[in-house]
Design a protein around this ligand. Sequence first.
Ligand SMILES: Cc1ncc(COP(=O)(O)O)c(C=O)c1O
Length: 496
Amino acid sequence: MPVLLPEIDRTAPLPLATQIAGFYRRAIEDGRMRTGDRLPPIRTIAEACDVTRATVQDAYRRLAAEDLVAGTVGRGTVVLAQASATSSSDAARPLSPYAEAALLRSQEMSGAPPLPPGRALVANFAELAPDGARFPVAEWQAAMDTVLQQRGASVLGYGHATNGLPDLRALLAERTREVDAAITADDLLVTAGAQQALDLVLRTFCAPGDAVVLTSQSYHQMHGLLRAHGLQSIGVPFSENGIDLDVLERALRRQRVRLVYLMPTFHNPTGRSLDERQRHALMDVVARTGVPVVEDEYQCSLRVRGEPPPTLRSLDPRGLTVTVFTASKDLFPALRIGWIAGGSGLLQPMAAVKRFMDLETSALLQAALVEFLRAGHFDRYLGALRAELRVRHDALQRACRQHLPPGSTITAPDGGYVAWLELPKPGQGDRLAELAVERGVRVVPGRVFDLHGAPSRGVRLSLTRADRTQIEAGIAVLATCARELLASPAAARPFL
Ligand SMILES: Cc1ncc(COP(=O)(O)O)c(C=O)c1O
């Protein structure tokens, strides 16, 4: 068995011993460590994680107090029978593994190195959250006023359908039919954003110890969410040729695979999309199994050119795919409104689970969104946003063609906010992020998105905050840094 070393987050508000104990507890509970397996020697962990031996001893003592492990002469610390894992006492473990994992990852919001003090910003390519300066504040206020005048107290109480207001679902279904022609209002479940939708999907389809297949680089909050649920992640490569179907096929055959998570359009972090042919080929492979798919279409409405391909859901003859949408990227995130499209056999259990989570999504905000859509504010706002995004994508491609040195590549998405700049060797992307921020350009290092936090070739560039001029200036800086990295092997040391 490979040595499992704990992941430590020194910025997390959780003592190091608790983090180490929590890591091995999860490993035991989700089956990565089995009865009789040896925990690494205390010295190994102390050295690898740069903590004192006393800290590791403290962590092992806690695990022993919970009957998860025991020290044995000659064999070190070994995992006890799994049955005792479930009998661990509450007194010894005040926080659930879910809460511990969430606490551990509560700091991982951006992942981009901060600008050094006094350094002027040249370009901010780090933020994926849309730019507040563009938000349609006055129009939203008008929609809220109309709702309160017309619907009054009826939108301020409990008692609305857990799956969402019927008039909102009807309007959302109409818009969703662009990518999923057969969808109706009954096929939608309104959620508190895409994040709740993803959590809901995991709660509905997976149990601790199960495995989820996803692209090797993925939305970083999903990594934390999977771990919090005690789920294993199995990575499949996603290149310009699409998802590696051979690897996918093998991954789907593995034990306890319960879900596939994909972003087929404007993938985070690379901006890549699967074209229609690739979607059909992918679903041919998946449809031979009974594994459900969740596709995260978090920014599919931000297309700036070309026709949208169909959703994976619409290509799944088994009816085992659900699609997650959100208003966070094409409107504003504080709305906390997303929606899941799926057949009733999947939506019903999800609605039941959601009821335990929050009873219902805010009826006030749902009703205001209905007004906002009916008044035409959304289409006007989205039209202007897409026009600006198109200018920015064009500026990005132009600047990259002009400045980037040979050996570096940039993806060319047909929309969405993100693109992926890649250098030839692992670690060079992470180094690039370090060098660039010293010169006023913020990008997110690729390792943030890697399933295992491995050194990355790439960086994610987001276009939410950089206008055309900043894009040109920012890419010129990134190109200079890339040239230095490519010329000097020493500068390419892996980012730690
Ligand atoms: C791929 C992806 N899915 C889901 C979300 C969460 O979105 P929401 O604000 O709707 O919860 C994000 C947020 O950045 C994201 O990038």
